[in-house]
Design a protein around this ligand. Structure first.
Ligand SMILES: Cc1cc2nc3c(=O)[nH]c(=O)nc-3n(C[C@H](O)[C@H](O)[C@H](O)COP(=O)(O)O)c2cc1C
Length: 383
């Protein structure tokens, strides 16, 4: 089974990911992989850390001569900022935290409070460092490899930002071409394919920034050319919509996931929602035809041959310049939450992370259905 683990702290020396169960024989384009990492670092509203880091992957296993071997793929991403945190983040030496880096208060909306109590920590930083969304860099590295496997079988993924705060752009669920969508979105500093709304999104982030507040938003992920029947209806944990939702909900700050028109559909009647089925026309790739795709490409927990349409909803960034009410640690007395360098809005980065988490889940489901220890053994032609 395709699976991965990650390790590392936000200000530690590096982050590591191990991707296991990946087939042999795929040529990895390292430039494409690093471009995906760069995309995660970009976007209007991010903090100054992005200027320090220049995320790039180094491999230490599972790839030889640029081609996957079938062994566990081990990847590292250096934290350049570690230089500024050596004494605070020393792995085996004495910890020496200067006053300005001491964390003495829980930040509402973060893992700080529950994590400190759960693990019995004496220092909130133990939680902050591992719970940080810096970890998503490793997920993007994993997902970028999975995307290359999916691309090998002509499966294409795209993502874009659909909403920031109250500013909404149209869904691109019916757009002609995902490459074109991605190319339009990447022209925008906020990864929004609609030029006017992109400017409005940047304006609202600027305004919110000035007020010491933060924003979230909505991202849309679209996938074309998935074979029919990834996932299954036979067991709860094999349903692909559930697995995609888990993958996306595991991304920091994602609080809801929607498949197709899921949210709107809950207020409509059945005849308005379900996608009628028709005989195939000459030239159709599938043995049936659909005129609509309100289901978003999944029925009964399986891909149904239509475009996959999923949306992820991100809450506003919880670290605020104008600190919320909270309590101090270790004495649990009233105190304003402390501000530590933070994004104001990370929605475009989040879109990249969500696309890559979706790529992992889809690659896993693809390998389950079609098997294959090597890429050459995977045959989608009967799908
Ligand atoms: C790409 C990305 C970047 C993020 N950057 C920040 C940040 O700079 N500051 C912050 O407070 N939260 C940031 N978050 C959100 C927090 O990591 C997240 O809200 C927190 O870990 C609590 O987890 P939860 O919201 O899933 O409950 C970011 C999330 C993502 C996906």
């Amino acid at each position: 089974m395709l699976r991965f683990l990650t390790a590392g702290e936000s200000h530690g020396p590096s982050l590591t990911a191990i991707l296991e169960g990946f087939p042999s024989g795929l040529k990895i384009d390292i430039n494409k992989l690093n471009a995906e990492l760069k995309a995660r670092q970009s976007g209007y509203g991010r903090n100054s850390r992005q200027k320090i880091e220049d995320d790039k992957v180094t491999f230490s296993g599972g790839i030889r001569g640029g081609i996957t071997t079938g062994g566990p793929i081990c990847m590292h991403i250096e934290n350049k900022d570690f230089e500024n945190w050596r004494e605070v983040m020393s792995l085996d030496g004495e910890i020496n935290t200067p006053k300005e880096k001491i964390v003495d208060c829980f930040r509402p909306g973060h893992a700080d409070l529950a994590g400190t109590i759960k693990y019995g920590h004496k220092d909130i930083r133990e939680v902050i460092e591992r719970a940080s969304a810096r970890e998503t860099a490793t997920r993007v590295a994993v997902g970028a490899i999975c995307q290359q496997l999916l691309n090998h079988f002509d499966i294409k993924l795209a993502c874009h930002v659909m909403q920031v705060g109250q500013v909404k752009a149209k869904s691109q669920a019916e757009c002609e071409d995902l490459n074109m969508l991605m190319s339009n979105a990447t022209k925008s500093e906020i990864l929004c394919a609609d030029k006017n709304q992109s400017e409005a999104m940047i304006e609202i982030i600027k305004k919110t920034w000035g007020e010491g507040d933060s924003l979230g938003g909505v991202v849309e992920i679209l996938v074309d050319n998935l074979p029919v029947g990834l996932g299954s209806y036979v067991h709860w944990d094999r349903r692909l919509d559930g697995r995609l939702a888990q993958g996306l909900m595991s991304v920091h700050a994602i609080k809801a996931v929607e498949v197709g028109d899921g949210i709107e559909a809950s207020s409509l009647t059945g005849s308005m929602v379900h996608d009628a089925i028709y005989p195939a026309q000459a030239g159709d790739k599938l043995s049936f035809a659909r005129k609509t795709n309100k289901a978003g490409g999944i029925e009964g927990g399986m891909t149904n041959g239509s475009r996959l349409v999923i949306r992820a909803y991100m809450k506003p960034i919880p670290t605020l310049v104008k600190g919320l009410d909270s309590i101090s640690f270790p004495d649990f007395k009233s105190k304003k939450a402390r501000y530590e360098r933070s994004d104001v809005c990370a929605i475009s980065a989040c879109a990249i992370v969500c696309k890559n988490m979706a790529a992992f889940v889809l690659a896993q489901a693809l390998l389950e259905k079609f098997g294959g220890d090597s890429v050459d053994q995977i045959n989608l032609s009967d799908a």
